[in-house]
Design a binder for this molecule. Structure first.
Ligand code: SF4
Length: 400
């Protein structure tokens, strides 16, 4: 990945009004050839220019529907722009205004560590004739990890459909049954744990895969686990602690605590409701005037909901700065810099996934769509591209 070079100084010296006017002028000039996507966690100063707002998967699908939009500016983080590139048509170019906008959670699952874990688990469990290992990755992962999952018979999931995808992967294996079928879940241990627990699986049936020290993983634990959860987390959602739930309940009698499943298990157990950004938005939009909410997710989204619903009391679950700092790097100056370059015929910060990883990422995303739609899984399209050094990854294929 290339590093972001500092943008020319004059962008930082412009007034917010000048920057906003210049962005709007570019938008008017490009018209339907340009689409700007804004993730829920983005700051208001950027969201005001977004043609669509939503979560990463919703946004990529919107971009894919707009074949006229030659340029897709993704105001989100790197893995989101990768997914947009994978899902959009060949001629559409996806741009991330600041290359420093990464996701620490996605970065916790490096493809080489994922391959090593896979090798170790298949080697430890290989003497069980019924053993099957199904990889599932959260949308918040790199295209390389989605590609690995696609090649090995697994699927992507979102925080909305995780339960459905895990049920598919388990193929009827019940809590407490001998774990011949195992799920390796990347990269967010919390989403994996919270969902599996909700499905009736005991915490003891889950182990955490410490990719920093795989030799410390005991063979017996690997054999006994039904879920192998990658040791990844979202640094924003981990800022919410169980005591914050107690404090807000004491401070605001009658408050409903609504949290994202990337929060840790203890917080989720204390909350009233748990769900994706989409779920959080729907709950608040449909709530009665006078409702009181403490929301455990990124601060920009919570503040925006509070502004949109003055008839309710909406506060963030804790007063820590629960801010996605990398997402925050996408600001109006960087957006304008990318647009100025585009208007001079120069595409800066294009995010392009190589054809091999794009193909297998699309397979893992398509499986997710087929599973959630309840239709038979489509076979991968032919011919599959090849890439030296990766062909051996096509090993334990789930029955699809
Ligand atoms: S909020 Fe967390 S998971 Fe989402 S982009 Fe930021 S670091 Fe990644």
């Amino acid at each position: 990945m290339n590093w972001q070079q500092p943008i020319p100084k004059h962008y930082l010296e412009m007034s917010p009004e000048e920057t906003a006017a210049a962005i709007q002028a570019h938008k008017d000039r490009f018209g339907r050839h340009l689409v700007i996507l804004g993730h829920h966690y983005q700051q208001d100063e950027v969201i005001r220019f977004a043609d669509f707002t939503g979560d990463s998967f919703q946004l990529s699908r919107e971009a894919a529907k707009l074949a006229d939009a030659q340029y897709v500016i993704f105001c989100g983080v790197h893995f989101m722009a990768e997914s947009a590139d994978v899902l959009t048509a060949e001629g559409q170019q996806v741009i991330l205004p600041d290359l420093g906008a990464g996701c620490s959670m996605a970065d916790m699952a490096r493809p080489e560590d994922v391959e090593d874990a896979w090798d170790r688990i298949t080697q430890v469990c290989g003497d069980d004739p019924d053993f099957q290992l199904i990889p599932i990755t959260y949308m918040n992962s790199s295209a390389a990890v989605k590609s690995f999952v696609g090649r090995n018979g697994g699927a992507v999931c979102t925080s909305s459909n995780c339960e459905k995808i895990l049920a598919w992967a388990l193929d009827g294996q019940r809590p407490g049954a001998a774990p011949h079928r195992k799920i390796i879940f990347f990269p967010d241990q919390h989403l994996g744990r919270n969902t599996a627990y909700k499905m009736g699986f005991a915490l003891e049936s889950m182990m955490v895969w410490n990719y920093r020290d795989p030799s410390a993983m005991e063979d017996n634990r690997i054999r006994e686990a039904a879920f192998i959860l990658w040791k990844g987390h979202c640094s924003v959602h981990q800022l919410f602690r169980p005591e914050h739930v107690d404090q807000v309940r004491a401070r605001m009698p009658g408050v409903k605590v609504l949290v994202h499943p990337e929060c840790n298990w203890e917080v989720v157990q204390k909350a009233d409701m748990v769900g994706s950004t989409d779920f959080i938005g729907r709950q608040i939009r449909s709530a009665a005037p006078g409702s009181k909410w403490a929301v455990g997710t990124e601060v920009h989204m919570v503040n925006r909901l509070a502004k949109e619903h003055p008839e309710q009391t909406i506060t963030i679950l804790s007063d820590c700065q629960c801010l996605c700092t990398t997402m925050y790097r996408i600001d109006p100056p960087h957006l304008l810099w990318a647009l100025d370059n585009l208007s001079q015929g120069k595409v800066v910060n294009q995010i392009k996934v190589d054809p091999y990883d794009a193909y297998w990422s699309r397979v893992s995303l398509q499986r997710m769509l087929d599973i959630t739609a309840g239709v038979p899984l489509a076979p991968p399209p032919e011919p599959a591209p090849s890439r030296a050094g990766k062909a051996n990854s096509l090993r334990v294929l789930a029955e699809t």
